[in-house]
Design a protein around this ligand. Structure first.
Ligand SMILES: C[C@H](N)C(=O)N[C@@H](Cc1c[nH]cn1)C(=O)O
Ligand SMILES: [Zn+2]
Ligand SMILES: [Zn+2]
Length: 496
């Protein structure tokens, strides 16, 4: 039996144990956007540190400082750095992932407690963070454990960087990555991130692009306290009325952003790029099934993917301070904060996007002649990333998928954002591969988030084969001049 067959056997034998580990960490409600959960986020980071140390890794906890959140000053979660193996004759791979999760409440519409992993009769693992990103982060640990148990030498030196603030703009991480580039991360040959999703449910993919995200708060405040609408309705400027008006002016019902000049810097479509939309595991029927409703705006699959991958979008997320409970409370809220974000694409400049969006909201507010007070601010922005899937790092990923799934991967871009990706590429001058584990219907950020057992277990196998592929002497990983040139062009485009 060859090494990889033995590795596969151990992964299969360890299946229940790996699922139970995922159960243990889903039960830690590491919601980074909720100040009351900060101790849980920290506990989750320390869980990873301890488990990797138990396997023999050297680790370092980096505390990036303090944060103002919901009126409190609280510590930012630790960034957990690690090194598993340090053999100068082996290649070194750096993996990044995040151990924080999006908020989740049973009353949002979950069928079960979001922080209690349920292994259901469809062989799905349901729980907050199952696919985003606890399953994949745990996958690397399971991979190292399986190699050890199989008695096979680990193919590479593995460095890791796990953060607990990704869902809130990765606050504090960029400085740490740049600071550690020639320290903890020195000697890195390539980077791999598993934190996005397949395009469909059948064919795995490798991802070479991400949209950026700029997140905004619009606050409108008027009276010093909430008012009785019977007494004051029709006599005062209502903050909610102003805010709803402003929010309705941001995007039209077909998804077109209404902020002037926002599309100006979007890169023109090239013929080569257009070809990338053909032959993918993606169709509107499956998408509508995933959505359980046909609410798709566009007529063709290509259009839908272009609006997900290469065009900006603006989404309205919610209003803080507004009445939203059951019943008929007749209140005029005194202060409301509307939240929206813009997904950015090549060659948009986040600073320019922030300036255009804030100016537009202020201009629209001025037209209202309201006596309320407006504040509009960008609270975090993460940069878009666009690479090339030809690099040997991608070839190793493709070979791993072929061995485990018996099919070549789709080459995709992702509509979501992983703000630190471009920083790793720039600071380390190394190729970054996005190697997703989860499927299109996993419901990341949504209710009943899940990871299929198949994706989890076969995904751990893919990680192992990928490491074996990287370790082969014929695979040169350090950046070619081409990649450096491409990066410089990309940076220049952002600067322009
Ligand atoms: C793709 C990744 N798993 C993810 O969900 N990223 C988040 C990052 C983010 C930035 N601000 C808030 N969240 C996303 O794309 O929404
Ligand atoms: Zn994620
Ligand atoms: Zn996420």
């Amino acid at each position: 039996m060859d090494n990889l067959s033995k590795y596969f056997e151990v992964v299969d034998q360890s299946k229940q144990e790996f699922i139970d580990k995922l159960r243990e960490i889903v039960a830690i409600p590491s919601v980074s956007g909720d100040a009351t959960r900060r101790q849980d986020v920290i506990r989750m980071g320390l869980w990873l540190k301890e488990k990797w140390e138990a396997l023999g890794a050297e680790t370092k906890r980096v505390d990036p400082g303090m944060q103002e959140l919901q009126g409190q000053t609280i510590p930012l979660p630790p960034i957990i750095l690690g090194q598993y193996g340090n053999n100068p004759s082996k290649k070194t791979l750096l993996v990044y992932g995040h151990y924080d999760v999006q908020p989740a409440l049973k009353e949002d519409g979950w069928n079960t407690d979001p922080f209690e992993l349920v292994h259901n009769d469809k062989d799905q693992l349901v729980g907050r963070g199952a696919t985003d990103d606890k399953g994949p982060v745990l996958g690397w640990l399971c991979c190292a454990e399986a190699f050890k148990r199989a008695g096979i030498d680990f193919p590479v030196n593995l460095k890791f960087c796990f953060e607990g603030m990704e869902e809130c703009g990765s606050e504090g991480l960029e400085e740490v990555v740049r600071h550690e580039a020639d320290k903890w991360f020195s000697g890195t040959d390539a980077v791999c991130i598993s934190d996005n999703y397949w395009l469909g449910k059948n064919r795995p993919c490798l991802t070479y692009g991400l949209r950026g995200v700029s997140y905004f708060y619009i606050t409108v405040e008027g009276p010093s306290a909430d008012l009785h609408s019977g007494v004051f309705g029709g006599t005062v400027h209502e903050p909610m009325v102003d805010l709803v008006h402003l929010m309705s002016r941001l995007v039209d019902v077909k998804g077109k952003i209404l902020i002037p000049s926002i599309y100006e810097k979007v890169a023109p479509l090239t013929l080569a790029e257009e070809k990338a939309y053909d032959g993918l595991d993606f169709n509107h029927d499956d998408l509508a099934k995933d959505l359980r409703s046909n609410v798709i705006i566009h007529d063709s699959e290509k259009d839908t993917l272009m609006h997900r991958w290469r065009l900006p979008s603006l989404s309205l997320h919610g209003i803080e301070g507004a009445f939203y409970g059951p019943g008929e409370k007749t209140v005029i809220p005194a202060k409301v904060t509307g939240k929206f974000s813009i997904r950015t694409v090549p060659d948009m400049d986040p600073a320019e996007v922030d300036r255009l969006a804030c100016k537009y909201v202020a201009d629209e507010f001025a037209k209202l002649n309201s006596k309320n007070k407006l504040t509009v601010k960008m609270v975090h922005d993460g940069r878009w990333w666009y690479s090339s899937p030809e690099h040997p790092n991608f070839v190793a990923g493709a070979k791993a998928i072929e061995r485990v799934f018996g099919t070549s991967p789709d080459l995709t871009r992702e509509g979501g954002s992983i703000p630190i990706t471009l920083t790793f590429e720039e600071a380390l001058n190394r190729n970054v591969l996005l190697l997703p584990m989860g499927a299109s219907d996993d419901g990341a950020h949504s209710v009943n988030e899940k990871l299929d057992v198949r994706n989890f277990i076969e995904g751990i196998k893919v990680f192992g084969v990928y490491l074996e592929e990287l370790s082969k002497p014929r695979v040169p990983l350090t950046n070619s001049g081409d990649q450096q040139q491409q990066q410089q062009q990309q940076q220049q485009m952002v600067a322009e």
